[in-house]
Write a protein that binds this ligand. Structure first.
Ligand code: PMP
Length: 371
């Protein structure tokens, strides 16, 4: 090629033209309440055990890791039995680098060209990206005014669109809304009517934060071979940096995911870190209880200030309705508090932090919004 020959354009897929990578701003401010992380770093005991496990794993890093991560799957099944009372065989567990990757595997296996995935907005903004990246047609129904899902509407959308995948977040992001099991069952019944079959994914990334008495969709697995319940260690376990998500489903469904995964997708280091953290699940769950209480207090405080707040079963709260949410977001940021502009117009989302972080958020909000 000579200097004056034009360079060929990159052959980017047309549907990616002009798009930016997904992700909230990663700003270095004192109070970060924008991506629903657990505000508590791992305790010294957890750090020590993770370090020891990684040291052991390091000694064999010349070898590829266990491709099927049998030990991790057994540990995750044991954890789910304690957490939700649902007994699962390790062959019913799948894991990947964050639940984002778990759900991408689901779309790789069950979506694809000529197929449709359905969800109900407002919901997690990565879902359309899984669809886009697997060339799956993307359709959204809607949630009601109070962010609940009307089973009749869900049925109509599924009957009309005949999706091969339905994605339901429960508790939902950004609203915090958990779905009653009756609604999930109604969606499963509608999915059973889709002639070529339909997988229903219940994304319980925030499942551990659900209020007492709210059941997990894990309870429905026994009767539904087309149900997948996705979880993550990023939130309740405080392991967002470890990148471990997982799901529970019938072993036949898991076997389909094994076909699309890249070989050795879960590194030996990742497996070691996850197993070390899971060994501390009891103390970590006590911390989840404290975060739940902090969440309930925050909801009550925001309401006492005259704001509208969506009921939350998660570790974040969606509040509104603000005339100029961007100005409030910016005013908080100017005071060192980063929250998230996401979701329906007029609403903002704040993650539950430590008591000190929540106090900083409240003080800043009082100033900025003149509450
Ligand atoms: N599902 C929902 C509803 C989420 O909000 C998130 C993270 N924000 C995820 C899945 C993905 O989390 P991870 O990949 O860290 O497991």
């Amino acid at each position: 090629m000579t200097a004056d020959q034009p360079r060929a354009a990159l052959p980017l897929r047309p549907e990616l033209a002009g798009l930016h990578p997904y992700g909230a701003p990663q700003l270095d401010v004192p109070v970060r309440l924008n991506v629903n992380e657990n505000p508590y770093p791992p305790s010294p005991a957890v750090v020590d055990d993770i370090a020891a496990a990684v040291r052991t794993a390091a000694a064999t890093l010349n070898r590829y890791p266990d491709r099927d991560f049998a030990d991790l799957r057994a540990d995750l099944a044991a954890y789910l039995l304690t957490e939700s009372g649902v007994r699962l065989d390790p062959s019913q567990i799948w894991a990947a680098n964050g639940s984002n990757e778990v759900m991408l595997h689901l779309l790789q296996a069950f979506g694809g060209p000529g197929r449709t995935a359905v969800s109900f907005a407002p919901t997690y903004s990565m879902y359309p990206e899984y669809a886009r990246d697997t060339s799956t047609r993307w359709v959204t129904g809607r949630r009601a005014e109070d962010f609940s899902l009307d089973p009749a509407h869900a049925h109509d959308v599924i009957a009309e669109e005949r999706p091969s995948v339905v994605l339901l977040a429960s508790p939902n992001n950004p609203t915090g809304t958990a779905l009653p099991l009756a609604t999930v069952e109604a969606v499963l019944a509608a999915a059973d009517e889709v002639p070529d079959g339909c997988v229903v994914v219940v994304d319980e990334a925030y499942g551990e934060f659900r209020r007492r008495g709210t059941p997990s969709a894990l309870e429905l697995l026994v009767d539904h071979p087309n149900l997948a319940v996705s979880r993550t260690m990023s939130k309740a376990f405080g392991l967002a940096g470890g990148r471990v998500g997982y799901l529970a489903a019938a072993s036949e469904l898991v076997d389909a995911l094994r076909v699309v995964r890249l070989p050795y997708h879960l590194s030996a280091v990742t497996q070691a870190v996850a197993r070390a953290a899971l060994a501390h699940s009891e103390e970590l769950m006590a911390q989840v209880g404290a975060l739940r209480d902090e969440r309930d207090d925050l909801v009550a405080w925001l309401r006492s200030k005259g704001l509208t707040v969506a009921d939350s079963d998660a570790n974040f709260v969606l509040f509104g309705v603000l005339d100029d949410p961007h100005a409030v977001w910016q005013g908080l940021l100017d005071r060192g508090v980063l929250i998230r502009e996401v979701g329906p117009a007029g609403w903002l989302r704040v993650s539950v932090g430590t008591p000190q972080e929540t106090a900083a958020f409240k003080a800043a909000l009082v100033e900025v919004a003149g509450l």
